[in-house]
Design a protein around this ligand. Sequence first.
Ligand code: GBH
Length: 505
Amino acid sequence: MKLLWCLIYICIIGVEAWSDNRQRKFSNDFKFGVSTSAYQVEGAWNVDGKGESIWDRYFHDNPKVITDGRNGDEACDSYYYYKRDVEMLRELGVDYYRFSISWPRVLPSGFPNEQNKLGFQYYDNLIDELLKYNITPMVTLYHFDLPQKLQDLGGWVNPLSVDWFEDYAKVVFDKYTSKVKYWITVNQPNSICTSAYGEAAMAPVLNKGVSEYECTKNVLLAHAKAYRLYEKEYKNKYKGSVGISMSLNWADPADNSTENVEATEVFRGFNIDLFLNPIWSKTGDFPSTVKKIVAKKSKQQGFSESRLPVLSPKEIKLLRGSADFLGINHYTTVLVKTSDEDVQSPSFVNDVGVEIVLGDKWKQSQSAWLRSAPYGLYKLSIYLNQNYDYPTIFITEHGWSTKPGLRDRSRVENMRQYLNALLLAIEDGTNVKGYTVWSLMDNVEWQAGTSERFGLYEVDFESKDKKRTARMSALVYKRIIDTRIVEEDWEPKHLNIATLQRDEL
Ligand code: GBH
């Protein structure tokens, strides 16, 4: 009798502890994946007829810009070890793998006149290996690695780049349309155009103030043309979806002062709406706030017209609605202040005209720009729902950087917190179809080389076969995919993912 009372007591207390009485859960049709990109993992930079990319050129010419000096010449050698990569995907139990095709590997001149059979063979093999194990390929057409030969013609600031990209997309669609159902045209137009051209942080390094916006217009149009091409030629028969991935971090004012609140609105205008408005708003076009600011500054600086190019009615129409889903690459949140330095020289950064800080209580990763602020993912979702009417979303990248080491508890904690934020966003109506970890494995983090590790798998870059080993986060992710819930303190008994039994999960 005593025992019975005891049990009832435990039950009641137990229920009370869950007063919310709701274990939030990812639905069974929610998809989980991981991501990489060609330059960052493939290696084999000049093998089997691959053409040179702008990153090959930039790093070979400027080795000192890479923190630890390690460029993508070899990277993870996925060109040789793709079967191991697919084995890791199976170990994790992911639904899909997001990877990118290297344009110069398949079209070394940038144009369809010269098609590199051996380059295509690599992607044939990778895609077939994925399909063999029921893993859905999600293919990004362009993740920063422009053929150098197209850069020599001006790259993305040449308006012809719109057609170059469409031609490239056609070759790839023709080849893989029956096997690939998820396409991402371009990764992060804002990184391509405003970090690269504006900040000299990424390749190539060009004239500021004008090139950022010419590039933005062309990259968005290139995306839209590829989208329309797919819509017209392939969609009915092959039923695939085509989207674009945007770098969308959240931004909040550093404090409640009117000027910082306004500065934050300007910041969101340039970093979110400039890229989303043309595709997802009802009216299309660049946002009017951004148009006004750039026009005003351009005039003050002595330009004859705004540095922000005009979109014609035809272009506005082409762009509007040109995506089946919005890919969100979300890593962190920034806090915005007005900036007192009045830089006279024209640039995107000067047009935005703000200073950015990170929350001082937020946990710091191994990357200077990356701190953990999971609430930002929730707030971003609400902002997008309100401003763009509940777009269909894939989180196409989210991740955390550490030093080397297998017990990556900070990554586990970060992933759990962000997934909890995502569950809340879904509960409040956000239409998210899937979540993708950046990254499957450690890789070449652009200028950071291998000094910042984003992998669920650690890569030993010194070893001959670029040995990959599961981190604790890989096992936790596997468990989340399996159970569809996020538990606070589950820990794997050991880190050998290949021998992990189902009952240990
Ligand atoms: C992603 O961009 C990229 O898509 C992916 O390729 C990359 O591996 C991943 O980030 C992790 O780095 O060093 O101060 O100049 C996310 C947005 C924009 C974040 C550029 C880093 C450079 C900051 N990124 N930013 S800084």
